[in-house]
Design a protein around this ligand. Structure first.
Ligand code: SF4
Length: 323
């Protein structure tokens, strides 16, 4: 497969006021490298505050990294805004909240037309694309949805409109930022399977951002697990979900509730403690204050992300956790 986007040692910091005069960096993303090939889906998973949403927004240049490179289709686009309009056409985002991401005063037709107006697409082509996009997200008959307003649709239908809006520019890369976390459980799997189908149909690369590691299995090829601004495990989704090596990945997997109501242990182990403050992360391994396997070495030395068992893992004792 050909590489679509490569993020190389990306650092995205926000500078926040501390004390009377000083400003300190909040290191939301702190040295992340991850690749997405053409027609590949990669899940970026982690708890709130892990930096996953900031990483997604940096990948499509809604945020500027303080260092690192964004290589898109072989070209370094990190600081090159010459072709930003074309980049914006090719790299789209599906937002988390279908209730606030659609303008309540606009009809579905106006919402879907908006990006095409920005890109000067003629009326005939607009009509063709909006009907195709609505039909691809299974809002049928499509013509009946065009005059409706967002409040007339369910959460799942609104998210389908959000997906259709991102498809009309025929992007090659989409960041799907928690696309199912705000909709009811019955629609979630449908939307995830739909994204998988659309990825094949439109030959797109997708970065799927989620806090729910279990949903990554529905349509992603690879997974990157983030903790406190860093990738701690990255490999094929099957390998990582079936046999996690990093203690944080194992803990995320353990925290997924069992859907079987007869299982008395259905509310599984939650990870103890809180993620660290990104302004002042702990020394050594950032996960050490919460890790059940931590040693003195973990609190002093930061583990490198290294290749092991067909994946990359940042843990001093990764070999010990291999099954
Ligand atoms: Fe746990 Fe130590 Fe591995 Fe970090 S390096 S995940 S603290 S065992």
């Amino acid at each position: 497969m050909t590489e679509l986007i490569q993020l190389e040692d990306i650092r995205t910091y926000f500078f926040v006021r501390k004390g009377w005069f000083g400003r300190v960096p909040l290191k939301a993303v702190d040295g992340v490298s991850i690749d997405i090939d053409e027609r590949e889906t990669v899940a970026v998973v982690g708890e709130s505050g892990s930096g996953k949403t900031t990483l997604g927004r940096t990948a499509i240049k809604l945020l500027k990294p303080v260092s690192g490179k964004i290589i898109f289709q072989g070209e370094d686009v990190t600081n090159n805004d010459e072709n930003i309009k074309e980049f914006r056409r090719q790299a789209q985002i599906i937002f988390q909240d279908p209730f606030t991401s659609l303008n309540p005063h606009m009809t579905i037709e106006q919402i879907i037309n908006e990006p095409m107006i920005v890109h000067n697409i003629d009326d005939e082509e607009k009509k063709k694309r909006r009907l195709k996009a609505l039909s691809d997200v299974r809002l049928l008959p499509s013509e009946e949805y065009l005059p409706k307003y967002p409040h007339m649709l369910s959460g799942g239908q609104r998210q389908r409109v959000g997906i259709a809006r991102s498809l009309v520019l025929e992007p090659v890369f989409i960041v799907a930022d928690e696309p199912v976390s705000m909709i009811d459980a019955s629609s979630r799997v449908e939307i995830l399977l739909l994204l998988g189908e659309l990825q094949k149909k439109y030959s797109m690369g997708i970065m799927y951002i989620t806090h729910d590691i279990a949903t990554a299995k529905y349509f992603t090829h690879n997974i990157g697990v983030m903790y406190a601004g860093k990738i701690v495990e990255n490999g094929s989704t099957l390998d990582v979900l079936n046999n996690p090596i990093h203690p944080y990945t194992s803990a995320l997997k353990e925290a997924v509730p069992d859907p079987d109501p007869n299982n008395r242990l259905r509310f599984r182990n939650v990870i103890p403690g809180e993620p660290p403050n990104p302004i002042d992360p702990p020394p050594g391994c950032r996960f050490h204050p919460r890790c059940p396997c931590a040693t003195e070495k973990c609190s002093k030395e930061e583990p490198a992300l290294r290749d092991i068992s067909k994946r990359r893992v940042a843990c001093h004792y990764a070999e010990k956790f291999l099954k």
